[in-house]
Design a protein. Structure first.
Length: 338
């Protein structure tokens, strides 16, 4: 896979989804994505990924911008900092996604898929088989067995007449898409490993994350993507889309995740670990930044600091590997750092 971006100025991005409040796991990923771009003398762009109308809320978007600024992060372009690649909000970019989808359709790469979620679950067979694949597919979807790939035009017409609304899937090649992750090292997943033919548009008409993120990264000239390793299995799919669209590819870095004391990935139910809740408990942004910078391996001790104070210490090679498990008394630990 080409990497034409290697010699250009670094452009990184923060790409929050406004589906909840930011928690310590989000702060970790955004702090390190920001540091990676700033340490390279690069630019940072903020893109609000409100592609899914069922899950996105404008009030979360507002709070996310506030919380990121509170942490001490800044961006050169974003919803509140207009630039040449706007709009920086996915809900304002639907026409672009539709046009790209049309072009892929014209190239014979897209087909309608009438399978329901339930049918897909049943097709995936035994729960054990599905589990193995769920590890790789970031969206939890089982490997798509290609059921609707070769439907005849007559069968498609019949299903449409029955009122079934199709998702649109990308016809993937049976190939491995190697890439060299700046943190996780060389990767060699096949598109099949990553779930096979994937959706570009859901049956309810919502554009899929994979399509939107690739089109936006291309349009916004992103050269460096730093994000959680829960999305690593998306990267071969995104690189494949980049190659179909004839666009240069960014470098990717997938960060270990932040886990709670029980080893669970931080999620919405961790209300106590949102930045807003910590702030309400009197925890300061410098304590959070200093603590996360220390857990990343950038400092010797957890000393409160601003993100910019960590820029000089940043290096992908310096980052500690493995998940970051928080102590059960993390709020108290952060409070003491004030
Ligand atoms: N918006 C996605 C999320 O919040 C991140 C997508 C990406 O970094 O590619 O999980």
């Amino acid at each position: 896979m080409r990497n034409d971006a290697a010699h250009t100025k670094v452009r990184g991005r923060l790409a929050p989804s406004p589906t909840g409040h930011l928690h310590l796991g989000n702060a970790w990923a955004f702090l390190l994505a920001w540091l990676a771009a700033r340490a390279a003398g690069g630019e940072v762009l903020l893109r609000m990924e409100d592609i899914d109308p069922d899950r996105s809320r404008p009030e979360y978007a507002t709070d996310i911008l506030r919380d990121l600024r509170w942490l001490g992060l800044d961006w050169d372009e974003g919803p509140d900092a207009p630039g040449p690649c706007g709009p920086y909000v996915q809900s304002g970019r639907f026409e672009r996604y539709a046009a790209a989808l049309k072009a892929l359709e014209r190239a014979g790469r897209v087909y309608p898929c009438f399978c329901t979620r339930k049918e897909l679950r049943n097709l995936a067979g035994a729960p054990h088989a599905a589990e193995g694949i769920a590890q790789l597919a970031d969206d939890g979807s089982p490997r798509y067995p290609g059921t609707c790939r070769e439907l005849t035009p007559e069968r498609r017409a019949e299903l449409l007449r029955q009122g079934r609304r199709p998702a649109l899937r990308l016809r993937c090649d049976e190939i491995t898409i190697p890439f060299d992750d700046l943190i996780a090292g060389p990767q060699a997943l096949s598109l099949g490993d990553c779930g096979g033919d994937f959706a570009l548009r859901r049956s309810d008409g919502v554009f899929a994350y994979q399509l939107a993120v690739v089109l936006d990264d291309i349009a916004m000239g992103i050269t460096q993507v730093v994000r959680g390793d829960d999305i690593l299995s998306s990267t071969p799919r995104q690189l494949f889309l980049h190659s179909l669209l004839g666009a240069p590819t960014p470098r990717y870095a997938h960060l270990p995740l932040v886990l709670d004391a029980e080893g669970e990935r931080l999620a919405k139910r961790h209300n106590a670990l949102t930045l807003a809740a910590l702030r309400d408990q009197g925890v300061g942004a410098p304590a959070i930044v200093g603590y996360l910078g220390w857990r990343a391996g950038l400092t010797e001790s957890p000393r409160p600091c601003a993100p910019r104070e960590l820029i000089a210490a940043f290096g992908f090679h310096r980052l500690l590997r493995g998940p970051v498990t928080l102590p059960p008394d993390i709020t108290a630990v952060l409070s003491r750092l004030a």
